[in-house]
Design a protein around this ligand. Structure first.
Ligand code: NAG
Length: 411
C-alpha cells in the first residue's frame, strides 16, 4: 500500500519563552505563529549549571563504539568505556548461581553486581540463549571503575505484581549513580508488562530500565520490550549516548513511553526504532542539549517535549534537536506540551528532516495540556511572552493538513 507522504522534510525552530504557560486557543496560537524569528544561539542560564571540560579520549572511544562522531563535545576523562580489554574482570551471572531457566535469578544478579562494582574494570555478562527472571533490582554505584554490561541473552521481569511491593514500587531495573557504564550485547530486556497494562494507572509510572544520576553512559544494541510502563528512563544523567535500541510494545499498552529523558544534559539518541503505546521519546524538565537522529517512531504518540509545568511547577528544557526521523502511524508527530499554571520555558527546539506517514496531528504545540479526568482550570492570563515563537526554514512545511488515520499499514 502506498501512503501519501503529506509532510516532507520539515524544519522548525521554536523558541518558547514563557513566563507563565498559558492558554492560547487555536486562533491565538496562529497569531503567535506570525512572528518569525531568526535562529540565534541562546546563552543558557545558570539553572543548567556548567558543563565539564572537553575530553577527546572519550570522544574517540565513542566514535569507535557508535560508528560516527557524536555531538557530545564536552566530556570529562573516561577510563575504559568502550574497550573490552582482556584485563577487564569478567563477571558472569551464572557463576553466581543464576539459572536462566525461568526461576528467580535476582539474588544471583545482586551478588554478581556487587563483585563487578567493587573491582577494576568489569564486564558483567548475561549469557546467551537463556532467559533470566528478575524481580525489581537496584544496581547501585558508585563503582570502583567502569562497567560494561553485556546482555547477550534475555532478562525478563517477574509478572507477579506482589514482587514490587517491598521495593519503591516503581522501578524494575534501576542503575543508580553508576558512572562510566555501558550496556550492550544484542540481547533482550522484557518487561513482561501485560499484567500491568490491564489495570494500568497513571500515578504509578512503572519503569523497566532506569538510569539515575549516571555520568558517561552508553546504551547500545539492545531490544527492550513490553515494559510495565516506560521502557527506558534516563534521569539526572550527564553525557549519554543511546544507539541501536529497538523498543517495542503493543500500541494499545498504556503509558509505555519508549525513551524518557528527564533532567539530563548532553544526550544523543540515534539509530533507534521505537514503537509503543505512548511517546516514542519524551523529554521533560531539566533536559539540556538533547539530540535525536535517525529515529523510526511508530506506532505511538510521537516525539514529545513535556509535559511541562504540571502542578504549577517550574520547568526548563533547552537545546533539543530532532534531526532525521520517520514517524508513522502515530497520534502526534512532534509535540511540545505544557500545563497551564506552570512556569519556565522550552526553548531552542529544532525539528528537522522529519518524514511522517499516517500521523493524525503532525505538529502540536499545546500550552493548555490537560491529561486528567477533570477539566483543568484556566490558570493564568495570556501574556505576549507566552506565545511560542516559531521559525520555519521552509515555509511550505506549515501548510500541512490534518488527515485522518488510515489504518495500520505502512509502506
Ligand atoms: C538508522 O537506524 C537504523 C536502525 O538502527 C539502522 O539500521 C540504519 O543503518 C541507520 N541509518 C544510518 C544512516 O545510520
Amino acid at each position: 500500500m502506498s501512503l501519501e507522504r503529506y509532510l516532507l522534510p520539515i524544519s522548525i525552530l521554536c523558541f518558547c519563552c514563557n513566563t507563565c504557560y498559558s492558554n492560547p486557543i487555536e486562533g491565538r496560537l496562529s497569531n503567535c505563529v506570525d512572528e518569525v524569528l531568526p535562529h540565534k544561539e541562546i546563552a543558557y542560564p545558570t539553572y543548567f549549571g556548567t558543563i565539564n571540560n572537553e575530553d577527546h579520549r572519550f570522544q574517540s572511544e565513542l566514535t569507535k563504539a557508535i560508528g560516527f562522531k557524536p555531538i557530545i563535545s564536552r566530556l570529562r576523562r573516561l577510563d575504559n568505556v568502550g574497550s573490552s580489554q582482556t584485563s577487564n574482570r569478567v563477571v558472569n551471572v551464572d557463576d553466581f548461581g543464576a539459572k536462566g531457566d525461568g526461576t528467580d535469578d535476582t539474588k544471583a544478579f545482586e551478588k554478581a553486581w556487587e563483585e563487578a562494582c567493587s573491582f577494576a574494570p568489569s564486564v558483567f555478562v548475561v549469557p546467551k540463549n537463556k532467559n533470566y527472571l528478575l524481580k525489581p533490582i537496584t544496581f547501585s554505584g558508585p563503582c570502583r571503575s567502569s562497567i560494561t554490561i553485556k546482555i547477550l541473552g534475555s532478562i525478563e521481569a517477574s509478572s507477579h505484581q506482589s514482587d514490587w511491593n517491598n521495593k519503591d514500587g516503581k522501578h524494575w531495573l534501576l542503575f543508580k549513580m553508576v558512572d562510566n557504564l555501558r550496556v550492550e550485547g544484542g540481547g533482550t530486556v522484557n518487561g513482561n508488562g501485560k499484567t500491568w497494562w490491564e489495570n494500568s494507572c497513571k500515578t504509578n509510572k512503572l519503569l523497566a530500565l532506569t538510569f539515575y544520576s549516571c555520568k558517561r553512559l552508553i546504551l547500545s544494541n539492545l531490544r527492550i520490550k513490553d515494559s510495565q510502563q516506560m521502557h527506558v528512563s534516563i534521569e539526572e544523567c550527564i553525557n549519554v549516548v543511546a544507539s541501536h535500541l529497538i523498543v517495542t510494545a503493543p500500541d494499545t499498552s498504556p503509558n509505555t513511553d519508549g525513551i524518557h529523558i528527564a533532567g539530563t544534559r548532553n544526550i544523543q539518541i540515534m539509530n533507534c526504532v521505537i514503537g509503543t503505546g505512548d511517546d516514542c521519546i519524551s523529554i521533560v524538565s531539566g533536559s539540556l542539549n538533547v539530540k535525536a537522529t535517525n529515529i523510526t517512531c511508530g506506532p505511538g504518540h510521537g516525539i514529545s517535549i513535556g509535559s511541562l509545568g504540571h502542578y504549577e511547577s517550574k520547568a526548563h528544557v533547552a537545546k533539543v534537536m530532532v534531526d532525521g526521523a520517520t514517524i508513522f502511524g502515530t497520534t502526534n508527530g512532534v509535540r511540545i506540551k505544557t500545563w497551564e499554571g506552570g512556569s519556565g520555558n522550552a526553548r531552542d527546539i529544532k525539528f528537522q528532516n522529519i518524514v511522517m506517514h499516517d500521523v493524525i496531528r503532525p505538529i502540536v504545540i499545546d500550552q493548555n495540556y490537560c491529561d486528567s479526568k477533570d477539566p483543568c482550570p484556566e490558570q493564568c492570563p495570556v501574556s505576549p511572552e507566552s506565545c511560542p515563537r516559531l521559525a520555519y526554514s521552509e515555509p511550505e512545511a506549515v501548510k500541512f493538513s490534518l488527515t485522518k488515520k488510515r489504518g495500520k499499514g505502512t509502506p
